[in-house]
Design a protein around this ligand. Sequence first.
Ligand SMILES: Nc1ncnc2c1ncn2[C@@H]1O[C@H](COP(=O)(O)OP(=O)(O)O)[C@@H](O)[C@H]1O
Ligand SMILES: [Mg+2]
Length: 492
Amino acid sequence: MSSLQPSSISQPPIVQPPPTEPLGLSLGGDLYEWLRGGQLCLPPEEMWRHGTVVGEPGYGKTMTLLRLVTIAVRYGMQVIFLDLKGSQKTAAQFVAAMHMLGVERIAVSPKLAYDGWRGDANALYNRLMAMIDPGTHPYYRRITSALVSLAVNAPGGPPRNSQEFLARLDEKWLKYAYAGKVHWYAQRKIRKLSEHIFETSLTYDGFFDGVAGGLDGAFAYEDADAVYIGLDGDALKEQAVGMARYLLEDAAHYAKHRKAPGVRALCIIDEFGALGISNVAGLYEHMREAGLSMWASAQSYAGLGSERDKVLAASSIKILHRCGDPEELIKFAGQREVPAFSQVIEEEGETRPLLAEPARAPSRRTTVHMQRQYAVPIEDVQQLALGTIALITGGLHAWVQVYPVALPEDLLRVATAFVPAPPEEPSAPIVPPPTRVASKKAPRRTQAAAEGKDQQSQEAKPPEPVPAPPSSPAPASRPRPAAEEDDSPVDF
Ligand SMILES: Nc1ncnc2c1ncn2[C@@H]1O[C@H](COP(=O)(O)OP(=O)(O)O)[C@@H](O)[C@H]1O
Ligand SMILES: [Mg+2]
């Protein structure tokens, strides 16, 4: 390649090594390839793979994750931080770090509500099913699946906010939307579902009430270079977990269908195990192929949830802070032969059967044999100090003192003032309440559909007016829990 260029002896082409960012100070191990001047650096291409961070509370997990975020930003990656603790302190640190690194497009939820309604009917179906508790009985799951499918696939286009969606979980609405012979199959489904619609809709009523408009906002992953989404798991555990599953499913859709080609993103989920995701392997694989690397964190191996082994298998890098049950992780660093010493008491006559040596008292003899043990000993991980980690990758390991992200006071002050959510949701309903009563319009539509005409143009039209849900109160008028009014002091 370079032979085609005119050569210049005085100015040889400068081959810049790719930049590497230190994670921290190396304290030992055998991962020599990642060492630069005594520091452990994650090469850029390693940040494109998945990782896992495990450690007891208070030993530096969040700081390590923030350090990874800053490294990713330096490597030109987009960063997404889903915080299932919803910590305002972490949010402020994240924002300050992004300001420090010159990131301009920063989005923080719940300060800004997320738009969870992008994509086609299939994408919405996947998201709305993802937030359902994975422990739900298959029978109810099937019913929910059929109802959600009807709601998102209704002629006129998919719903674009929670109120539109909730209004569709209603027999009258569905019958109206699917009027006409052409929809005979949907009508049959509606008849079969009829007695379950009310109770199934309650799940979604509860969920969207709980998230209090948090998925009906205006920004999504593609609108920022750094996204922090705080989910207040202490206040509303079920909703926070459901919303995290919803957002993770949306991250998969974003990575595959909405992300600009060439953009690489790092997505971190603190407290991953709480999500109880059942298709981790598939999800991780799709995300990696689409240029999105996932970093899950948990307080212990068990805390990674029921799919923990799949999470570990899919993670190229494992980071251990102090942790009581590290064995399943340290196995990935392999074993090594270490000399083991033991003392043998020689019995009289045992060692001198033939030689005519003078008799002597039984003596001790030290023997050495090689013994296999974990390259990263369990006890060493159980005793790790604050901010010290064992990093395992490719059968190798490194002991590292992680550099905390040093944030200037003024940036932190500004960020701390910035992150709290607004006290109240804007009260204006996103979807105006239905103004037209479904009356004679329906038969006309039915007629056209029955004649098999104009089906496409009907679907291209703006959505039909939403008939007033007769059995459930209008979503717009529901009291919203003050989930976002978290004004707890931020302690630095
Ligand atoms: N690598 C580190 N070096 C110095 N201090 C750290 C480091 N990591 C964390 N800390 C400090 O220790 C405390 C707990 O860290 P945190 O990251 O919140 O732990 P965890 O997320 O595991 O509960 C915080 O005050 C943090 O600033
Ligand atoms: Mg933490």
